[in-house]
Ligand binder design. Structure first.
Ligand code: ARG
Length: 489
């Protein structure tokens, strides 16, 4: 019996050891981290196909900061001891130093930034490094990293937007009295102040900035602590991690936190609207730089020449920005489609969120860098703008309004002015160049003072209310714009 028992125990021990020993099969480095239940090595094509380290190493800094905060929180909650956490933090700092020095050996076999960093940490500090992942999953880790990274990029973008807007205010201020034709249907409509036109751009970009500031609030929420999808069994305190990382809130639901990328979609949507605005400004600048308009010049550093036509100076920067809007719109659709129909919670599909988001941020940042320098240095050709305003009967509405103030109904006034314009076209003159005798046959209401209203300055000054193009109003709009902008700084 004794013997039997001993042998039974022995054999049990042997069997147990056998069962718990990993099969002697080849394993990739990544499999060392999760391959306990696997019976063959990952196919090398599959390893490369599923890896994200080629692009997600871009947020290594955020990954390391997130890990330091996570380890600190584990320590404060009594889950990791002081000695372990100190080792982990020092090790992570060394990993960061290696990355900064360009000495880090990124391994595609280790799949992504998270496992590359963790594996190197364990190389450096030994098996204590393996404790870092306590109470955490790559699912909440990656969601945290992208949010931290995007938050920094949004701050950089907002700083560029503020620079652009302050340049627009300066440009507008120099040109409150510069007159240009305002267009509808790209046909001459009414005279406007160039400063007023520039302030229209300011308003567009201002709303874009507000949209990004608003989106930033929803980006800046902490997913960490959600672990794989359901939370963790350890007594963590997520408010510590949130505070350490500067998050202004904590994602309330673990399933949602690891899964949704709506914050990235929202950013890309705001970026798309912004690029749409930049493309509209680009289109105007391109038109205005043509020989036919000749309204503005931008510095040569934003233009290129033609290899065949020596006379050419092409507005490449605005043209490219107009074209790049298409990329950002495309990335918005990519992210929406990526998220569409994904069941809760994390799915590997989400790995595809990074490249579109990076491209969107890079495209937007580049476009804004160019615009923030180019637009404030744009020089209008005042004489050409004025001459163009004189061409298209831009003060016809002023004549109609003049008649209305003298008791003519607006529709009748419209018809009278139409006839006067036809006569002016016939005579190849502007309305202001017609004689009083030419005008009076169209209406008894026309007096000698009509010419005060037909000048370009008269036309501008008459639109003297909030939002109007009177230089006096434009100056006030600029002052209000400066005060509004100072809130973003
Ligand atoms: N590289 C992954 C991503 O970008 C990280 C999360 C992986 N999680 C997982 N359970 N495989 O989404």
């Amino acid at each position: 019996m004794q013997d039997n028992e001993t042998s039974f125990l022995d054999s049990t021990t042997t069997q147990t050891t056998k069962r718990h020993t990993k099969p002697a099969l080849p394993q990739t480095d990544a499999q060392q981290m999760w391959g306990g239940r696997f019976s063959e090595a990952t196919d090398s094509f599959v390893a490369a196909f599923t890896a994200s380290v080629g692009f997600d190493q871009r947020f290594a800094k955020q990954d390391i900061l997130g890990s330091i905060a996570h380890a600190t929180m584990l320590n404060r909650c009594g889950i990791l001891n002081d000695a372990d956490v100190s080792l982990i933090i020092e090790g992570l700092q060394q990993v960061q130093a290696e990355i900064d020095a360009g000495e880090f050996n990124w391994s595609i076999i280790l799949e992504d930034v998270h496992m590359n960093v963790e594996s190197r940490l364990t190389d450096i500090i030994g098996s204590v490094g393996k404790k870092l992942h306590t109470g955490r999953s790559r699912n909440d880790q990656v969601a945290t990293d992208i949010r931290l990274w995007l938050r920094d990029e949004v701050d950089n973008i907002i700083a560029l937007l503020v620079k652009l807007q302050s340049g627009l205010l300066d440009l507008a201020e120099q040109h409150t009295d510069t007159i240009m034709p305002g267009f509808t249907h790209l046909q001459t409509a009414q005279p406007v102040s160039f400063g007023h036109h520039v302030m229209a751009w300011f308003e567009m970009v201002y709303r874009d900035t507000e949209r990004l500031i608003d989106a930033r609030r929803r980006i800046n929420q902490l997913p960490l602590g959600s672990a794989a999808l359901a939370g963790t069994t350890f007594p963590i305190d997520r408010s510590i991690t949130a505070e350490l990382l500067g998050f202004e809130g904590i994602c309330e639901n673990s399933l949602d936190a690891v899964s949704d990328r709506d914050f990235a979609i929202e950013f890309t949507a705001a970026a798309s609207i912004l690029m749409m605005h930049l493309s509209r400004m680009s289109e105007e600048i391109i038109l205005w730089m043509s020989a036919q308009f000749d309204f503005v010049k931008i510095p040569d550093r934003f233009c290129t020449g033609s290899s065949i036509m020596p006379q050419k100076k092409n507005p490449d920067v605005p043209e490219l920005v107009r074209g790049k809007a298409a990329r950002v719109f495309g990335q918005l659709l990519t992210l929406l489609t990526l998220m569409k129909s994904q069941p809760l919670a994390y799915n590997k599909d989400n790995q595809e969120d990074k490249e579109p988001l990076f491209d969107c941020v890079d495209t937007l940042t580049g476009s804004l860098l160019a615009f923030a320098d180019m637009l404030p240095n744009m020089v209008p050709n005042k004489a050409n703008m004025r001459a163009a305003t004189m061409k298209g009967y831009a003060t016809a509405t002023d004549l109609a309004d003049y008649l209305v103030r003298r008791g003519v109904a607006f529709r009748d006034a419209h018809a009278i002015v139409g006839k006067a314009v036809a006569l002016a076209i016939d005579k190849q003159l502007d309305l202001s160049e017609l004689k009083l005798e030419d005008l009076q046959p169209f209406s008894d209401a026309i007096g000698a003072d009509v010419f005060d209203y037909l000048t370009l300055e008269g036309s501008l000054n008459a639109r003297d209310h909030l939002g109007g193009t009177a230089p006096n109003q434009v100056r006030q709009a600029i002052a209000r714009g400066r005060a509004r902008l100072s809130k973003f700084k």
